[in-house]
Design a protein around this ligand. Structure first.
Ligand SMILES: NC(=O)C1=CN([C@@H]2O[C@H](COP(=O)(O)OP(=O)(O)OC[C@H]3O[C@@H](n4cnc5c(N)ncnc54)[C@H](OP(=O)(O)O)[C@@H]3O)[C@@H](O)[C@H]2O)C=CC1
Ligand SMILES: Nc1nc2c(c(=O)[nH]1)N=C([C@H](O)[C@@H](O)CO)CN2
Length: 228
């Protein structure tokens, strides 16, 4: 039986790229989305990954991606909603536009893609189908100065529970809530002992993809940071 692909949004760099590479290592067909062309995409393509351009900053962009996706595949094994923008709250004049942009990528895109791609997941002939939302452990405590980011990630966490109830039993829907995993590319150096790297996120995604009795959960992968 041929395998259905796993879609990872924002898969051209960092956590998304790492997970795409590991899924390819594990023999899964992979589709990744990107906004701008770069060399890392060529290496994924050389391994057989399908790359689809997608800009989730507007509903039109999300719908254009959904059209490209449905032209590309007739089924999906899983969707990993990884695409995200991490930005501090700007000055009050720019706050509305920032909130809207983060709402689009963290909530509107997963919402519309899940609704439209439900049929692709249900067309998968494999025994299990999954949606995985990548949220953030900061949702539990809020984030001074990053209220728009934390709030829209909280919305994604809520969508996890709603879609888990709505799509059961054919499709499992779970969230992974990372703590500090990789420092921002231009960020200050951090203590390497407390920044584990993307492997811990792939381990969690692997667990969810391999377990047919887990849905509606939010799994913190943060070394206990959510307890502080
Ligand atoms: N890094 C960390 O320590 C932590 C990460 N997380 C979460 O884990 C996930 C991966 O993190 P990380 O790898 O650092 O993420 P990045 O900041 O590297 O962003 C991932 C991708 O999201 C894509 N993206 C951003 N905005 C849009 C948009 N409007 N439309 C389409 N694509 C978009 C980008 O695509 P492109 O580059 O092609 O423009 C980018 O490659 C994210 O959801 C993040 O919030 C949570 C906590 C900690
Ligand atoms: N889309 C992103 N989200 C997040 C990032 C990132 O780099 N991109 N990074 C974090 C870290 O925890 C941050 O606090 C230090 O890099 C959170 N979310």
């Amino acid at each position: 039986m041929s395998q259905s692909p796993i879609l990872i949004t924002g898969g051209a760099q960092r956590l998304g790229r790492h997970c795409a590479e590991r899924l390819l290592d594990d023999g899964h067909p992979v589709i990744v989305t990107y906004r701008r062309e770069r060399d890392t995409l060529d290496s994924l393509r050389e391994r057989g990954a399908i790359t689809l351009m997608a800009n989730f900053s507007s509903e039109r962009g999300i719908r254009e991606f959904i059209a490209r996706l449905t032209e590309t595949t007739g089924s999906l094994r899983a969707i990993v909603h990884n695409a995200s923008e991490w930005v501090a709250d700007p000055d009050v004049e720019a706050a509305g536009e920032t909130f809207e942009r983060l709402f689009q990528v963290h909530m509107q895109a997963p919402y519309l893609i899940n609704l439209h791609a439900r049929a692709l997941l249900e067309a998968c002939q494999e025994p299990q189908r999954d949606i995985i939302h990548i949220t953030d452990s900061v949702v539990q405590r809020g984030a001074a100065g990053q209220a728009a980011y934390a709030a829209t990630k909280a919305g994604l966490e809520s969508l996890t529970r709603s879609f888990a109830a709505q799509f059961a039993p054919q499709i499992q829907v779970n969230a992974v809530a990372p703590g500090l995993i990789m420092s921002a590319e231009l960020g200050a150096p951090v203590d390497a002992r407390r920044v584990p790297g993307p492997g811990v996120i792939y381990q969690t995604i692997r667990y969810l993809l391999d377990n047919d009795f887990v849905t509606g959960t939010v799994m913190p992968v943060d070394g206990g940071q959510h307890l502080t």
